[in-house]
Design a protein around this ligand. Structure first.
Ligand code: CA
Length: 226
């Protein structure tokens, strides 16, 4: 049973939402002030948090900020009508979605379903094991092998190999790789991608006498499945 925490100081709303969620088959806990809400949210036992923003003790944005330091639990913010700033800061802080009060319960239930579904879909992607050209990459266990022989990679080398394997047979430009792995705000040597491809080739191609990562001149890199 999926467990949802409601942090909401308006008792009527909280009880109504609680009843509806229980009716839908969720397990529910409630907190009516920010400090209690944070404590429960940090317990790690919830599959989703519904956070009101204006709360006594500690506001919802602050709860979200602290929760995000240690958890990526799905969060839906409950915001007052027209509180555009609240929505923006909530999404900036890593909320998955928000809903404006007063809301129709059907809309809230739909958003909860979508958010939980998205999250379980993305955790399936995150836990996938990739296979290509004798290489097996297990992203959950952070392990790479070539024909069963373990290969030690750094985090960036791992991310680069993972991206190329996820996009096998697609030529990835240096820019795309740079943005995917180092982020849009990366400042530094632009040939960093080439440097890391060289590291990977040392550890795979050179070591095992194969040619896994191909250069496409003037474009980028690709792992082609034979
Ligand atoms: Ca409130």
């Amino acid at each position: 049973m999926q467990k949802i925490l409601i942090v909401e100081d308006e008792e009527k709303i909280a009880r109504f939402v609680e009843l509806e969620l229980r009716h839908e088959g969720y397990d529910v806990a409630k907190a009516s002030d920010g400090r209690q809400g944070l404590e429960l949210a940090q317990s790690g036992e919830f599959d989703l948090l519904l956070l009101d923003i204006m709360l006594p003790g500690l506001n919802g944005i602050e709860i979200l900020r602290r929760v995000r330091k240690e958890s990526d639990v799905p969060v839906i913010m409950l915001t007052a009508r027209d509180a555009v700033m609240d929505k923006v800061s909530g999404l900036d802080m890593g909320a998955d979605d928000y809903i404006t009060k007063p809301f129709a319960i059907e809309e809230l239930l739909a958003r909860i379903r979508v958010t939980l579904r998205k999250r379980s879909a993305s955790s399936e992607t995150a836990h996938q094991v990739l296979h290509c050209r004798g290489i097996t990459l297990d992203s959950e266990r952070f392990k790479v092998t070539y024909n069963g022989v373990p290969i030690e990679l750094t985090a960036k080398e791992f991310a680069l190999l993972q991206t190329l394997m996820q996009n096998k047979n697609i030529v990835m430009s240096r820019n795309t790789l740079l943005e995917n792995i180092w982020g849009y705000d990366y400042v530094g040597e632009t040939n960093i991608v080439d440097v890391y491809v060289r590291y990977l080739r040392q550890k795979i191609d050179v070591k095992f006498g194969v040619k896994i990562i191909s250069t496409v001149r003037g474009v980028g890199y690709v792992i082609k499945e034979e």
